[in-house]
Design a protein around this ligand. Structure first.
Ligand SMILES: Cc1cc2nc3c(=O)[nH]c(=O)nc-3n(C[C@H](O)[C@H](O)[C@H](O)COP(=O)(O)OP(=O)(O)OC[C@H]3O[C@@H](n4cnc5c(N)ncnc54)[C@H](O)[C@@H]3O)c2cc1C
Length: 357
């Protein structure tokens, strides 16, 4: 197993549940914050399956009850969790969530974690010879690649396909007027050059993300607070919400890759990719973390069956992920095609006429 994000944790826990011993190369994540807070309602059943349902009771997360959307029209559409078939999921404190998953993996004697990175992977007659950044060497019959968008093994074994080059500008804002009670909601707003997403976290920080293409973002936006503030103020609803509740960016945004990329196949005869390493879709559908949990569990099942002699398990896994890619692509196309106000703008035109690279 390689990679210590959500997919890696899910795969390790699912392997341990089946009594399979795993060596896990997973460096400690020391970054200050990680974008991605909206956990879809469907994730609860997957967490249950891993014995992790309690993780969502942490007061660092909040239930997602209310969302507002301005997409395809100037009006603001309001939706309540009670009206959604599966509920509306949770808004996470991402650090707490990943730390809780990691804590659960520590309880299993079958998981041996190396706080290290994978540096090299070579094939041998019996499987893989892995070398870590710290110089350790490991032999393995099968490798699960859960290294996120880098897809350390997957990208050398299978062709990556890409639909777009979406990039996210991300900020976490603190409230300057703590006497105002901010609305506990999520807001998505389409604009000519892309779309905005904002959500209130349980600790009252407000996460705001702007999604666009690299060539459409202002130059040096990652260093220019003035430009970032200007962009925020130029929105219709996002700015109204921020201003009324006492929020404003005080630092330039961080930039993160958020494009839609997947591997042509997510498994070979001795490897599998899970999570973003296999399928990274743009965060519009807010299913990245749920997909990471699902593919982690599915990859572990396929790996366990393969080690037991099932010759078709890896191909079955790859086929399930291929079907998932088709579903995501279809859903994504539908959502983007609902916004016709800016159809002449490159950001929207590209998404209405695109073909995989
Ligand atoms: C801006 C943005 C907003 C998003 N918002 C949402 C959202 O609201 N809801 C949602 O569900 N999803 C969202 N996503 C997507 C979600 O964050 C990802 O789908 C999810 O993190 C995938 O988990 P993962 O475990 O596959 O990969 P990652 O979280 O990327 O984890 C990969 C791990 O592999 C490790 N690694 C990398 N290289 C090596 C190596 N050589 N050796 C060992 N380890 C290595 C890394 O350190 C990391 O810990 C968002 C993504 C972005 C970019």
């Amino acid at each position: 197993m390689v990679g210590g994000g959500i997919a890696g944790c899910a795969a390790c826990l699912a392997l341990a549940k089946r009594g399979v011993k795993a060596i896990w190369i997973a460096p400690e994540d020391t970054s200050a914050s990680k974008p991605g807070e909206s956990l879809a309602a469907a994730a609860r059943a997957l967490l249950d399956d891993l014995g992790l349902a309690h993780v969502l009771d942490d007061p660092a997360h909040r239930r997602s009850q209310l969302s507002f959307t301005s997409w395809g029209s100037d009006a603001l559409l309001e939706r309540h969790a009670a009206a959604q078939p599966g509920g509306m999921g949770h808004v996470l404190n991402r650090r707490h969530f990943e730390a809780a998953l990691l804590a659960q993996t520590r309880l299993s004697p079958d998981i041996v974690r190396l706080d290290d990175t994978l540096r090299e992977a070579e094939r041998t007659a019996t499987g893989w010879h892995l070398t870590t950044g710290g110089g350790q060497t490991i032999g393995a019959r099968l490798v699960i690649d859960a290294t996120g968008r880098r897809a350390m093994i997957g990208r050398r074994e299978a062709r990556p396909r890409r639909l777009d080059h979406l990039v996210a500008a991300v900020s976490f804002l603190r409230q300057s007027a703590p006497d105002i009670d901010p609305t506990r909601a999520t807001l998505t707003e389409a604009v000519a050059g892309g779309w905005w997403y904002a959500t209130l976290l349980a600790d009252r920080r407000l996460a705001i993300n702007f999604y666009s293409d690299p060539d459409l973002l202002p130059r040096r936006i990652g260093q220019r607070l003035d430009l970032w503030q200007h962009m925020v103020r130029d929105t219709r609803y996002i700015w109204r919400w921020l201003e009324s509740a006492g929020y404003e960016p005080s630092e330039p945004p961080q930039l993160a890759t958020a494009g839609t990329v997947w591997l042509e196949t997510a498994a070979g005869s001795d490897w599998l990719a899970a999570g973003d390493a296999a399928i990274s879709f743009d965060p519009l559908s807010a299913h990245g973390m749920t997909t990471a949990l699902w593919t982690g569990i599915q990859a572990a099942q396929a790996a366990a069956l393969t080690l037991d002699g099932d010759a078709s398990a890896l191909a079955g896994y790859a086929a399930r992920l291929r079907a998932g890619v088709e579903r995501f692509a279809h859903e994504r196309r539908n959502i983007y095609s609902r916004e016709m106000r800016f159809a002449h703008h490159p950001f929207w035109r590209r998404r209405q006429t695109e073909h995989p690279e």
